[in-house]
Design a protein around this ligand. Structure first.
Ligand code: PLP
Length: 427
């Protein structure tokens, strides 16, 4: 790649200072040049600054934050509260609105099932729960599970560009609706829905609003106080934090009511019982702090790399098609249908390039992506599609390797001794 450092709108954006320091001093956790990781919507590398922040909370400071009667407990509690403040800050929320969970799957389950069950038990006659066909499985399944409890799931279609038509939402809300759940950023296409506008429509119809922010936090500015959202879900490992941690935003004014899924010790204001994990929570807080301070610079750099990759692919592979609008999309995502027999065959030819055929959980199945099918792609087109996720730790060399590897792999032949891109990348 030639044009480096990145230029965006005539301005040069250097990588953030901390990132430079880290890249220069990361001798304790060296990452080999191969494989090249471009699957940052599946998960991200835990930022070494996050790892450093977490380390003392495993073996040195191991108190239970609920043990407020002694110093070890109090120290852990203070760390958890500092992390809560960081999560609240990146969400534009109050600290009292943040509940720690194990990740976005759990947050989505509590939000959707918990809100529906609370309302039903409080005598609310409404049963309609509305969501969108391109949501993550954990949202779609949570909504579907409610059918057994007498609720009426409604799954809305999207336009071919991946966006939800506000009129389609309005039409669904003609029936009294309890809850609307719409993700802010799609995990396969990176398409960004206009949550403030859609939430306003749902609120005008009297519905509660939940948004899955797993792919949005740290990628787009979030302001839950202003957005009119009642419940929102966060995942640690999508934002260079640890796996197994996340948060649920529960609005205080007006108060969003949810019924907890777990019975237990009543931690997290009774909404999520279970001993808190200070190490993971400190990691989530540090990941949020870094994302809040560096999002702009990260996005400039990541979109420069993503655009460069796309430009190289368009030059070398005639007939590729981008899925999802480029106008409303996070910086790092590409979702491309290739002129090949199947994307799986391409993956077989590029063992050193980590990209995926769909969302992390559905790529274990050979099923073509339901997200792409909801956007109007045929099964065959969906099966020829790869998701590519550029991230904070992607280098220009990674981009060149990926471009060369994809260009070679789309033509075949099947993987032999050398890797698909080696001759093109000059390595
Ligand atoms: N929602 C979206 C949009 C996601 O991309 C993911 C992760 O794949 C999840 C929810 C689940 O998040 P977690 O892995 O934290 O449970």
């Amino acid at each position: 790649m030639r044009a480096w450092p990145p230029v965006c709108g005539g301005l040069w954006f250097p990588p953030p200072r901390d990132t430079i320091n880290y890249l220069m001093t990361d001798r304790h956790h060296p990452r080999p040049n191969r494989p090249v990781y471009l699957d940052n919507q599946a998960t991200t590398r835990c930022d070494p600054r996050v790892v450093n922040a977490m380390l003392p909370w495993f073996a040195e400071q191991y108190g239970n934050p609920a043990s407020a009667e002694h110093v070890m407990g109090k120290t852990a509690e203070a760390a958890v509260e500092a992390a809560r403040a960081e999560v609240a800050a990146i969400l534009g929320a109050d600290v009292r609105e943040v509940v720690f969970t194990s990740g976005a799957t759990e947050s989505n389950n509590i939000a959707i099932k918990g809100a529906a069950r609370y309302a039903a038990r409080a005598g609310d006659p409404r049963r309609r729960v509305v969501t969108v066909a391109t949501e993550h499985k954990c949202v779609l399944e949570s909504v579907a599970d409610l059918r057994d409890e007498g609720f009426e799931p409604v799954v809305l279609p999207v336009k071919p560009d991946g966006l939800l038509d506000p009129d389609v939402l309005r039409a669904a809300l003609a029936e009294p609706t309890l809850l609307v759940s719409i993700m802010a950023v799609n995990n396969e296409t990176g398409v960004v829905q206009d949550i403030p506008a859609l939430a306003a429509i749902a609120k005008a119809a009297g519905a509660m609003v939940h948004s899955d922010l797993a792919q949005a936090v740290g990628k787009i500015p979030v302001d839950l106080t202003g957005w009119g959202v009642d419940l929102a879900s966060v995942s640690g490992h999508k934002i260079y934090g640890p796996k197994g941690t996340g948060a649920l935003f529960v609005r205080r004014r007006p108060r969003a009511r949810v019924m907890p899924l777990f019975s237990g010790g009543g931690q997290e204001r009774g909404l999520r019982s279970g001993t808190l994990a200070p190490s993971l929570i400190v990691g989530l807080g540090e990941a949020c702090r870094i994302a809040r301070l560096e999002m702009e610079a990260d996005n400039a750099r990541v979109s420069f790399l993503r655009d460069n990759l796309l430009e190289q692919l368009e030059r070398h592979i005639p007939g590729i098609a981008i899925n999802g609008t480029m106008g409303h999309r996070i910086a790092g995502n590409l979702n491309i249908t290739f002129p090949v027999e199947t994307a799986v065959r391409m993956l077989e030819r590029m063992p050193d390039l980590c990209v995926s055929t769909g969302s992390a959980c559905s790529s274990a199945e050979v099923e073509p992506s339901y997200v792409l099918k909801a956007m109007g792609l045929t099964e065959a087109e969906a099966a020829r599609t790869l998701r590519i996720g550029v991230g904070r730790f992607t280098s220009p060399a990674d981009i060149d390797y990926a471009a060369a590897t994809l260009a070679a792999a789309h033509q075949g032949p099947p993987h032999g001794g050398r890797h698909a891109g080696d001759h093109l990348a000059g390595i």
